[in-house]
Ligand binder design. Structure first.
Ligand SMILES: [Zn+2]
Length: 249
């Protein structure tokens, strides 16, 4: 309760009443926080363009303790990430990353490592690193940090050890690889090379991970992560539908 201050990233917002806006922030100190920005939609709003998607700022809010929604007092831009919004492909991949955090984290559950990861991924997209690859590396690490890591060294059905070789079966719903006897109809066929890349991206230095091409493996790894995220979220993400539209256009 009271006035709080924290670095925060804008995850999304929607209009409220005549001139206000409800903004979802991912904050460093408190995790996800939703707040009302009074008069944010007026021409001469003190928030200006600060509440744009992805913006990193210093958030000052008042929490009365009586509502889920805090009152946004100030949001001063630290980094606008303009370039991330300036191109549909960059925007789509960044929106996918933000949606993952929006949907898979609870309000007021601080996760400093996830905050740092998102900030770093947005900076990489801003710096013109390939957005699809940044999104893949981000998703691998974010899923791990949120406690949903896929098991790929054994069958999640019977526990038998599995060596990475040839084509493997993965059941994201069950949490990892399955042996031939345990594999159900919904299992995905994934090459061992893709699973080896997944393993490497979990621990590789960020620059090595985002700076090295994954070649033919990248679309397959993206597909696996997309399916895993959709399973965790309960449906395919809005941002992934948007990206499919962008690639068709
Ligand atoms: Zn098995």
């Amino acid at each position: 309760m009271g006035v709080e201050r924290t670095p925060a990233l804008v995850l999304g917002s929607f209009p409220l009443a005549e001139s206000d806006r409800v903004v979802t922030f991912f904050t460093r100190r408190f995790g996800k926080v939703r707040g009302v920005a009074k008069s944010a939609r007026r021409m001469r709003s003190r928030f200006g363009a600060a509440l744009e998607l992805f913006t990193l700022g210093e958030l000052v809010f008042f929490d009365s303790g009586r509502s889920e929604l805090v009152q946004v007092d100030h949001f001063d831009i630290v980094r606008a990430f303009d370039r991330v919004r300036g191109d549909l492909t960059r925007l789509g991949h960044a929106a996918w990353m933000v949606e993952l955090i929006s949907r898979l984290t609870a309000e007021r559950d601080p996760m400093v490592a996830v905050f740092t990861l998102l900030q770093r991924a947005l900076a990489s997209v801003e710096a013109d690193e390939p957005p699809a690859r940044v999104a893949v590396v981000f998703a691998v690490r974010c899923i791990d940090l949120l406690g949903h890591r896929l098991r790929i060294d054994a069958c999640v059905g019977c526990g038998r050890r599995l060596a990475l070789a040839g084509t493997m079966a993965v059941e994201v719903e069950s949490g990892g690889t399955v042996c031939a006897s345990c594999a159900g109809q919904g299992a995905m066929s994934v090459s061992a090379g893709t699973l080896a890349a997944l393993q490497r991206l979990r621990t590789a230095a960020w620059r090595d991970a985002t700076g090295t091409s994954l070649g033919r493996i990248e679309p397959e790894l993206h597909g696996l992560l997309e399916r895993h995220v959709a399973t965790l979220v309960g449906q395919s993400s809005r941002a992934s539908r948007f990206l499919r539209e962008v690639s068709r256009a």
